[in-house]
Design a protein around this ligand. Sequence first.
Ligand code: SF4
Length: 694
Amino acid sequence: VIEHGQPEHSVLTTCAYCGVGCSFKAEMKGTTVVRMTPHKDGGANEGHSCVKGRFAWGYATHKDRVMKPMIRERITDPWREVSWEAAVAHAAERLKAVQAKHGRGSIGGITSSRCTNEEIYVVQKMIRAAFGNNNVDTCARVCHSPTGYGLSQTFGTSAGTQDFKSVAEADVVLVIGANPTDGHPVFASRLKKRLRAGAELIVIDPRRIDLVRSPHVQARHHLQLQPGTNVAVLNAMAHVIVTEGLVNRAFVEERCDVAAFDRWAAFVAEARNAPDAVAERTGVPAGEIRAAARLYATGGNAAIYYGLGVTEHSQGSTTVMAMANLAMATGNIGRDGVGVNPLRGQNNVQGSCDMGSFPHEFSGYRHVSDDGVRALFEEVWGAALDGEPGLRIPNMFDAAIDGSFKGMFVQGEDIAQSDPNTRHVSAALESLEILIVQDLFLNETAAFAHVFFPGTSFLEKDGTFTNAERRINRVRPAMPSQVGWDEWRVACALATAMGYPMSYDHPARIMDEIARLTPTFRGVSFDKLDRLGSVQWPCTDADHTGTPIMHADRFVRGQGRFMITEYIPTDERTTRMYPLILTTGRILSQYNVGAQTRRTANVAWHPEDILEINPHDAEQRGLKDGDLVSLASRMGATTLRAQLSDRMPPGAVYTTFHHPVTGANVVTTENSDWATNCPEYKVTAVQITRSNQP
Ligand code: SF4
């Protein structure tokens, strides 16, 4: 509900859409939002905003919000509204019954990158301390888990290396597998400003994204590769850098493991990694690869920014390491204007990873098998903790199908729509004896749930989000919880009802506990955030004001480690039956599965998902612009409207995934990253035919 009028007061808070983390003033009349105004002192946005953060907040008071907890025995039964206490008691009883019947490891849960650090922390704590296992994972599993693995292996920490501001010092920017104009608009504005001032741009992407050619920006090189060949292209760039003597030897010798460098240099120098050897497979002319490599290595400060077009591949982690190798080999790490920077999709992906949402790690990326770390958590939490890593999300689904996993708590995540291979996910969810969903709306996942806890929107939350540059921003409540309980209270109550007492009197106390247990957060407190506006971790003591640039003097792991990044083609192959490759992405006005933006005026700008197809491929199939087409893969089929576009090369098509009726993930493959199980959303072999639907 948007009420026009004069605001009476304002509340400083943080946008809950993308990983840029823009600061906004919620200008209020009583408890009604009049408008959202970008905050000129916001560390990430400096007064800028986009159409999502500025206008797409009406979902917070949308009539579809579920306002009362609900339970039901079977998923075919109607929902029954009950009190919070009754819903918590019912959920706890069912979870305990499942554990009694199927064992301690038969239940688990998923944290949400849409929620605050504090809300995430209490859910993973509930699972580890009250459920008694490490079956906790985060929706980051399906987006940036390869970032965590790849950057940890090479640099020693799972985070972007620079602050956004640093792009102003870049001379060369390499954007790979990301479309900042649509996905991270406020960062894109910073980037374009720098490009207009003279920095050079290299884009590596199958799609001709806006940055490649727009009125004020033109990429020097667009390496329009075939989906699934990132590693081959990056290795070929490395081949040029090594064989043409463009390595920054001084940096490598001073900062890196030289033996690992020598092994890597010998590997990339092999003839099979030469640009000529990969040109046909990747679709990128060898001369373009050579020119891009020379520019990256010799053009001054060179910064890499990347997105899900890097991570959501069977070689997602390898690609992250290949980029880190390039940065180390050329000395482009540890100062302004350089680095390797993931553009995180959701508002708090970084935070959900930091907070210990992975099944093998406590907060701050400490392994659960580390006896010393586990002993500290056991002492502070007062609970015996499991030293064995738990199940990842895809393993939970597989175990559910096998019958050994029977109960799940899903915090603010629509896994039935967002995870790949919808049929498999639906079958897994249907087989659960207890599924608890906490969300604003009855989403697709809730169709399989037995307990529904209403969630709170960002306008009701009190806590912190951590953006893509590790900036911890305050989220302040502009209105009281519309559903009665704050979201963090639910996990506390559920843990308590299961026999592990857990309570806090304020989210600030949760952050105090996070700080006590997490070295990189040790100096973080609500008081400091309120005083400084925001802080970038690591922030290691009370006097520390944060770390905009990582790895400045030494890598977190000590010496930077070059990793061998062998290119292994994906198992997803085109055939006569499925001759095209589908890749996916976002559009500016919409956000992920669209649960929020579809409930705002933004939906009018993009009312349905569209399939972009090259005119050449369209002509071969007799398709015209606007035709309804059937999009089918080995996994399933859906129907959407074709848009003829030369943004995609012949042989590859593209769609967004914002509308459940289209359900792009009905067709996406089961392949996943070898190291992290991040799904390979970006490469699916498909066929396209004219639809018979009217
Ligand atoms: Fe929100 Fe991202 Fe837009 Fe900023 S750029 S207003 S964080 S959606």
